[in-house]
Design a protein around this ligand. Structure first.
Ligand SMILES: Nc1ncnc2c1ncn2[C@@H]1O[C@H](COP(=O)(O)OP(=O)(O)OP(=O)(O)O)[C@@H](O)[C@H]1O
Ligand SMILES: [Mg+2]
Length: 511
């Protein structure tokens, strides 16, 4: 058989309906054996749904699935695994308190009972790890590992189960640029060894870099499947959105105003009780965006948590508009119009079981008009939800459904709508465009810029250097809980930021 026609997976006319939406509306998709196939599409286009069907988490309402040219019924992930199909989810499903090896064998026959032969397991894990160029100590606990390493565990877990077709849902959104490179190397290794990979992403650079072919979905339908070499970013963006997309931001010169935030000699511990922020001082002004760059785990998370009252500091002072907020609670800080777009959406940003309308007022339900004495004003809550849904183009069948069933990007839009709708004084935004499609990314960036025009002070914490450079007026680089310096204007330079991220101090000298 011609290799080009050797399909590992064939999906035929797949239809999946949810109350109020058709998530997949007659999808045909053929995945060649040994290729990296990207799935591209706006938030809510149906990518995750389609892959959950292939992995047996959802049943299609109509359609057929062929694996290795045989029609099969994938009624559960267990059946999917029997056919060598595995999935790495966007939010990892590892147990943090267990070790790498315990997580890998979790749910397997050899992992039940008190008589697990760990020597055998360990041997097999290192064999597989070596084969694919992954390096992990099987005895390390998951909580000790950074995002990129945890993802390697997820991949190893799939390989341990002899997966031949690996589905990855937005695997790079939680990774640093270096970890992304490492992942791509691993993926190339995997396909060289005969695996087939389906890769969901919003990032066009990644599609161009890593895939052999790409399929674009829009509103539950396939718009096109194209060999990557025969296309470019502009074409893909147009196919995805259905119109021309202009990659540019209107950014007026900064009109620096009064000092909004002052942080003096801040010391904070992380969850493990180790120093995370070590003597950090800086200032933020109204009308500016201060970017905070750095490899994840260098104190950025802890800094954001302290500034929003979620974590206690051990030493230092914090002033907001001249007022001492060093020991204020989250609600007190919130009252001072501090908006927070957290990195961990699901854990910190929303309450998954509450409805869309309730999640849209989580930070203000105790004020008028939402609260009247002891009672909630449901009419006001509903009107607020309807206004936000239309302004932020949140794709949801109804304002009363639980947030957890929305697509990843739409959950992010809910947080943004809630946090940015109160004319904030200060915005602490961590990776604000993570998981968003091109249109929504543009919208968020534009919103941040317009808040800046209105005089808000914005702290933009991100590992996406492209994003920081295009938005920030000044860039502070954090390393080991300290600042490596602040770059401004023409001193902002990608290479210099890279050096600072690795721990080189910037003292204002020319390079
Ligand atoms: N369990 C569910 N119940 C009800 N509706 C759902 C469920 N899962 C998904 N949907 C809806 O189906 C549509 C497609 O969602 P899906 O998660 O597949 O999108 P996506 O392409 O992965 O988007 P994103 O890029 O934002 O992750 C959305 O409108 C979503 O709200
Ligand atoms: Mg998704």
């Amino acid at each position: 058989m011609n290799k080009a026609e050797d399909y590992a997976i064939e999906l035929r006319r797949i239809v999946k309906r949810f109350p109020g939406v058709i998530a997949n509306n007659g999808i045909d998709l053929k995945i060649r054996r040994g290729e990296i196939h990207c799935l591209l599409g706006e938030n809510g286009a149906g990518k995750t749904t389609l892959m959950r069907i292939l992995y047996g988490l959802y049943q299609p309402d109509q359609g057929e699935i062929l694996v290795n040219n045989q029609k099969i019924n994938i009624s559960s992930p267990r059946i999917a695994l029997q056919h060598h199909i595995g999935m790495v989810h966007q939010h990892f499903k590892l147990v943090p308190t267990l070790s790498v090896e315990e997580n890998i064998i979790l749910g397997l026959d050899e992992g039940t009972g008190p008589f697990t032969n760990f020597r055998k397991v360990r041997k097999r894990i290192s064999l597989i790890a070596n084969q694919y160029g992954l390096s992990l100590d099987p005895r390390t606990k998951i909580w000790q590992l950074a995002g990129g390493k945890q993802q390697q565990v997820e991949i190893l877990k799939a390989l341990y189960r002899e997966v031949e077709i690996l589905i990855m849902d937005e695997p790079t959104s939680v990774l640093t640029p270096q970890e992304v490179e490492k992942l791509f190397t691993t993926l190339r290794f995997l396909v060289k060894n005969g695996l087939t990979i389906i890769f969901i992403t919003h990032k066009l650079d990644e599609v161009m870099k890593v895939s052999d072919r790409v399929t674009v979905l829009r509103k539950g339908k396939v718009i096109a499947t194209i060999p990557t070499q025969e296309t470019d970013k502009e074409t893909l963006a147009r196919l995805m959105v259905g119109r021309e997309v202009i990659f540019c931001l209107k950014k007026n010169p900064v009109k620096k105003k009064e000092k909004i935030l002052e942080v003096k000699d801040l010391h904070v511990l992380n969850d493990r009780g180790l120093p995370a922020v070590c003597g950090l001082s800086f200032e933020l002004y109204g009308g500016e965006i201060l970017g905070i760059a750095g490899v994840s785990g260098n104190g950025q998370n802890e800094l954001a948590e302290v500034l929003t009252g979620l974590r206690k500091l051990i030493k230092g002072e914090i002033y907001l508009d001249g007022q001492d907020i060093t020991h204020c609670s989250t609600r007190e800080i919130n009252k001072l119009k501090v908006a927070h777009i957290p990195a961990e959406r699901i854990r910190v940003g929303i309450v998954p079981t509450l409805s869309v309308s309730e999640n849209l007022i989580l930070n203000k339900y105790f004020y008028s008009p939402f609260s009247r004495g002891e009672f909630l004003n449901y009419k006001a809550i509903k009107e607020n939800a309807q206004a936000m849904i239309s302004e932020y183009q949140i794709l949801t069948p109804h304002y009363q459904i639980p947030v957890r069933i929305l697509s990843g990007g739409n959950i992010q839009k809910i947080i943004l709508a809630r946090e940015l709708s109160c004319d904030p004084r200060m915005i602490i935004a961590m990776h604000p465009t993570y998981g968003l499609d091109i249109g929504a990314t543009e919208q968020v960036r534009q919103t941040l810029l317009s808040q800046r025009e209105k005089g808000a002070g914005i702290l933009l914490i991100s590992e996406d250097l492209e994003e920081i450079i295009s938005l920030a007026d000044r860039i502070m680089v954090m390393f080991g809980g300290k600042t490596m310096g602040i770059l401004e204007g023409e001193n902002i330079d990608l290479e210099r930021i890279g050096l600072m991220m690795a721990g080189t101090k910037y003292r204002g000298e020319k390079m």
